[in-house]
Design a protein around this ligand. Sequence first.
Ligand code: ZN
Length: 382
Amino acid sequence: MSGTFAIGRLFGVRVRVHFSWIFIFALIAWSLASSWLPSQYFGWGRAQYWTVGIVGSALLFVCVLIHELSHSLEAIRRGRKVRSITLFFLGGVSEIEDESKSAGEEFWVSIVGPLTSLGLGALFWLMYLNLRSGAGQLTALTQYLMIVNLAIGVFNLLPAFPLDGGRVLRALVWRATNSHERATRVASFTGSALGFGLIGLGIVFVFTNSLVTGIWLVFIGWFIQSAASSVRRDEVEKQTMSGRTVGDAMEHTFPQVAPGITVQDLLDDYISKDFRRAYLVVLGDTFQGLITATDVRGVPAEQRAVKWVSEVMTKAADVLTLPPDAPLEDGLRVLAQRNIHQLVVVDSGMPVGLLTRAGVLRVMEISDLLAREEARERTDDS
Ligand SMILES: [Zn+2]
């Protein structure tokens, strides 16, 4: 996800924050300090409202992080790789590599998040009951955290993709029908239904009760609906690609350069002549690495004449590669997840082709065309 910055690592998982969180953090602190707290707890000073507002907002952030972490840890426990957790305005996303291998795995990795939030809510509830006699700042904090954690837990249990509850639903349908595809369709349709429902409710709110609540509902509804429909699109894409391999989509000819030329030479003699994005660095028969336009851009103009390609390239050991018989889905996933433009296709240690986003798109477009033609012929026959 772009527009994010890393804040550290927890249990080996990189934690990133989207810039929108700064805005949301301020918005929550402000609405706590200026509206919710004064309506529940009277007679504090301005500074006290703001202190509790800011601390409350920060602790909410920690609670959302714990929720996401519970998904990640459950996934790791089941042998999957978790790349990172990103907190963004409506919560967080765990970037877990690969899809669940079984319905049971999908079920547990999904449900552990809402359960964690409900557990946190119950914990703050107990603390709140013990503190309730006082009208102090700690009471206010525990009350607020109890409410938001219970709300996060319940909201995420709604059986609508992309919420956790939608994934739980998908796991249950998957188990019942043995079809991951049908399960995804069901969960994404309930996601769209919930999204449109929230948008409708939001519009009613705008005209009757509260403009701000209405706008929030429309916004959240739109977010859920668009995420749900993009999952449906991905599913269609996957079907178009099924059976294709990386070898089908790769370019067999790929530009090569020697490691001993300068970055300036690469620019003058190659990039500015044939406008390729990536060059394999090859010496004799051995694959040394990959150099891309992005690498070149990273070298300041005045140093390009004295830097060797071999100093700037990604070394062969670090270049992401796939074998030609890997499924095309894997190729597309790596390109998208790593946000890179090309992958080197390697067969027993030697580069045999280059897989680019354009290449994948071309194969998908043409298979889609052929599939539609076939469908038409079938209709003609009948
Ligand atoms: Zn979750």
